[in-house]
Design a protein around this ligand. Structure first.
Ligand code: SR1
Ligand code: MG
Length: 397
């Protein structure tokens, strides 16, 4: 598609704009995979987003990628919308021949990663994202759904092509560098060799986390819940882009949110002496990391009995066991997300934007050690303070 035929498509297929309006369109995608068009009528405030999934990846003319991801995204947005009182964009139409999803334009909000790069803080975020996590994750488990419904959804959301990307980019390449795609500061080559490629105890734990990712069909997870997939303002949190969704371990989503706040936090720590705004931001980031974990635990403990019907699962010891497994996975996948964004091919702006070479080298090392600690100690990371204790006591400059 291109901007001209997107306008034609929207005029023909979508009943939102006036028939005579002279629509404008611009392609605004900055990801690796899809094309995102914004279409608007300059004469009033109407606008939409059209997301087009091509059968080649956006950043490649040779790498094919199944368009099934588009159907998955459409289907899960409906489910997440109904589970969360619309914390996802409203869908206006879906076309399963062109793989075009037309949805609400969220540009009155800001992409969270960009806002965090400006050291903006969002006091309601921890409460709102923990609601999103609890409602989308816990309520799609076997503990809440009937066995039949859960298995129907597991089948519907089988997503092998997108899982393959995660299994490779998150849970293999950072530790094996099989295709030589890892990107690190040259000065850190020896450090990465020692801390990642040859640490047998770490590799064992990564194997367990990879196996869990592939086999633990626990919840209908978003699958790529980083701060570039979240829109925010002072009062709202909206989650987008769930094309990696499948039935997997819920700690993968929770851990991804935590890890991406760690990137925002460490960037601010690296610039700590510069302004009061940064101190406030660091406090907010630390509080949010701890609160997301603690609020998730609180919501789980308070809402479990109202949501779980099965008499075997309605058991105090099972309830505690299940929560511990979620929290362990959360810390483990926070760790793998931190490591893969630091050494792997898919970077985050917080690290890419570090200009000072010495700080860049130190930040890479620090992040790898934080990620490793989360992976190795995940069975002990059972509350928000365990994250804070580690972060506050192991910031190395
Ligand atoms: C090839 S896609 C690279 C990364 O971008 C997505 O947002 C996922 O995080 C994926 O791993
Ligand atoms: Mg994405």
């Amino acid at each position: 598609m291109n901007e001209a035929n997107v306008i034609k498509y929207v005029k023909e297929k979508i009943d939102i704009f006036d028939k005579e309006s002279e629509l404008k369109c611009v392609e605004i995608g900055d990801g690796n995979i899809n094309y995102i068009y914004k279409v608007w009528d300059p004469k009033n405030d109407k606008s939409i987003i059209l997301k087009h999934a091509d059968n080649y990846m956006r950043n490649s003319t040779t790498r094919k990628l199944s368009t099934n991801r588009s159907i998955i995204e459409y289907e899960i947005l409906k489910i997440q919308g109904s589970l969360t009182n619309n914390m996802v964009p409203q869908i206006y139409s879906y076309d399963d021949e062109m793989f075009c999803l037309v949805m609400e334009d969220l540009s009155k909000y800001q992409i969270m990663r960009k806002a965090l790069l400006e050291y903006k803080t969002f006091p309601k975020f921890a409460d709102q994202i923990s609601d999103f996590l609890f409602n989308t994750l816990f309520k799609t488990t076997d503990l809440v759904l009937s066995s039949e419904e859960k298995k129907r959804l597991t089948k519907e959301f089988i997503n092998p092509e997108m899982c393959e990307i995660t299994e490779r980019l998150v849970l293999t390449e950072p530790y094996k560098n099989l295709r030589n795609t890892n990107i690190i500061q040259e000065e850190n080559l020896g450090f990465i060799e020692k801390e990642l490629y040859t640490d047998e105890q770490l590799l064992l734990e990564i194997g367990k986390l990879k196996n869990n990712f592939k086999n633990n069909a626990q919840s209908l997870i978003h699958g790529d819940l980083h701060t570039g997939s979240i829109f925010v303002d002072n009062d709202n949190t909206k989650v987008i882009d769930p094309e990696f969704a499948f039935y997997g371990p819920m700690g993968y989503d929770i851990g991804n949110v935590i890890a991406n706040l760690v990137f925002a936090w460490i960037r601010a720590k690296a610039n700590e002496n510069k302004a009061l705004k940064i101190h406030n931001f660091i406090n907010w980031a630390e509080t949010s990391i701890a609160e997301i974990i603690d609020l998730f635990i609180k919501k789980y403990n308070e809402k479990y009995d109202d949501n779980v019907i099965d008499q075997v699962y309605r058991n105090k010891l099972f309830k505690e066991f299940y929560l511990r497994s979620i929290l362990s996975d959360t810390a483990g996948y926070a760790g793998t997300e931190i490591i893969r964004r630091t050494v792997g091919v898919a970077k985050v702006e917080e690290i890419l934007k570090i200009e000072d070479k010495t700080v860049h080298i130190a930040t890479e090392k620090n992040l790898v050690l934080i990620g490793k600690s989360f992976v190795m100690n995940r069975d002990k990371m059972m509350d928000g303070s365990s994250y804070l204790n580690y972060l506050k006591n192991n910031f190395i400059y």
